[in-house]
Design a protein around this ligand. Sequence first.
Ligand code: ATP
Length: 604
Amino acid sequence: MRSLTVYLKNYKKESILAPFFKFLEVVFDLIVPIVIAQIIDVGIANHNNGYIVQRFSILILMAALGLASTITAQFFAAKASVGFATELRQAVYDHVQRLSFTELDTLGTDTLITRLTDDVNQIQNGLNMGLRLLLRSPFIVLGSMVMAFTIDFKCALVFAVAIPFLFLVVFVIMFLSIPLFKKVQGKLDTVTGLTRENLTGVRVIRAFCREKEAVAEFDTRNQELTKLNLFVGKLSALLNPVTYVLINIATVILIQKAGVEVNLGGMQQGQVVALYNYMAQMIVELIKLASLIITLNKSAACAGRVADILKVKSTMDYPASSTYSTQTSKGFATATADASLSETSIAFNDVTFEYSGAGAPSLSHISFSVKKGQTVGIIGGTGSGKTTLVNLISRFYDASNGTVLLDGQNIENYTRSDLRSRIGVVPQKAALFKGSIRDNLKWGREDASDEDLWQALTTAQGKEVVEGKPGQLDFMLEQNGKNLSGGQKQRLTIARALVKKPEILILDDSASALDFATDAALRKSLNRLDWKVTTFLVSQRSSSIQQADLILVLDNGTLAGKGTHAELLRTCDTYREIYFSQFPEERARYSSVSAGNIMKEVTV
Ligand SMILES: Nc1ncnc2c1ncn2[C@@H]1O[C@H](COP(=O)(O)OP(=O)(O)OP(=O)(O)O)[C@@H](O)[C@H]1O
């Protein structure tokens, strides 16, 4: 939590001035009861109107100065807390952007959203209140005691005994509720997650008539959150009655003692009024302190959660500059040392990969190499590891064992920007962002001209889609591109990757929403690109990858076969199984010819 104070460094002046002006306000507040006592004991007692008017003017001056101090303190506290929250939110967001997918998978999106929004807001509130009240309340409480001692020693002892009790109550309740506030935020994460899941999947919920179950589950989680919130609220609410009881007992004792003193002539009535005023000021301050402590507890819990995110270190490092020209990649010679490697675009050298906490590898001992300009088809059953394999090429994850090589060099030796500029990825789930089609396509390359964008759209079979929209490239997409169909989104995401003119193009099942004719047209135009590109085509459809120079067949995380379509039909059972399940008529033809002349017989 202390680590977060670094985000206050640009607001040092404000963080000092806010409590300073609060302190001035306290001084003016503490002078008031003394002036009132003088009006009673001197002005009223001696019927001295001039004195009363003079002291009354002082009271007005104190009030005016107090008000000015309050406003100034509020201004500085607001400036510091809002500025701090802005910097903290930005820092957490930047940090999250630098984390690898391994950390993001472990943390989870829901808690990141709560921490970036609600938690940062709670910290901002806590800081604002803290800067204004954290010093004010103790100043008033201790200041009242000091002033009481200047009036009457015996009566002031009442203050001296009551104050430690009051602080004890405040601290006990504080220590009991801090861990509970952390739990409340955890439950809030769950409710946020459930809300997100239910709202994004609302169509599916309705299609499967699961509304009742979804509402029931939300209700349960919401009730849990409410119950805990109520419990913490009740615990915190104890603070006010307990402090009231203590302070009222102290007031009764004070008035009794002061009354006796006045009767004995040791004190004047005005002084009793002043002592009572100090006690009353303490009540008000302790109530404020109680709500301040509740707010501070909440923000302390939230600050801990935000600090936890900032403590997470990315397990993926990128070199400051690409080191591949001087370093030898693990197990492989440098490109200059081995000319054959310079022809290799991507190579996997005995790669094994396990997701953090998964318990078993998703890819085991994968080895293959792909020449520049080749098209690679990746096929396999659901969950066989196809996406995982291409994610290692983009370095979304690092291999647990073995090496991934790009141009004969360990992929870990490339800078982030170097790597990203070489690889164009079209993910399985088409993701587009709020903005014009032009803005979205330019993610591929900032300086791309409209002509470049249309060219990419033509290749991606998306030209007609954009031509059909009002404003064409200026057509505004809604969040997640939800005003487009699934197939239209896929075409735009493919075009976005092509705008970059990458050396390596990865299409992760990204033509699944296209009809067969469009899919075929897309593959045809990808073969006619005017730059040399190595293409990875992940697909469930045999027809989509049949023409590839190399097909990788995955089965439960292992490489069941690699080769061309014809080779795999001869050598790989898994491939045959997939192919014949999609082209059952070919099975009969396959059985009727010998494995030797299958290449001629099977339609490719
Ligand atoms: N983030 C993750 N954390 C843990 N396990 C994961 C994660 N992503 C995938 N897996 C697991 O890794 C295995 C391979 O998943 P992958 O997404 O690579 O399969 P796939 O062949 O692309 O499947 P599909 O064709 O359904 O897209 C699966 O068993 C899956 O459960």
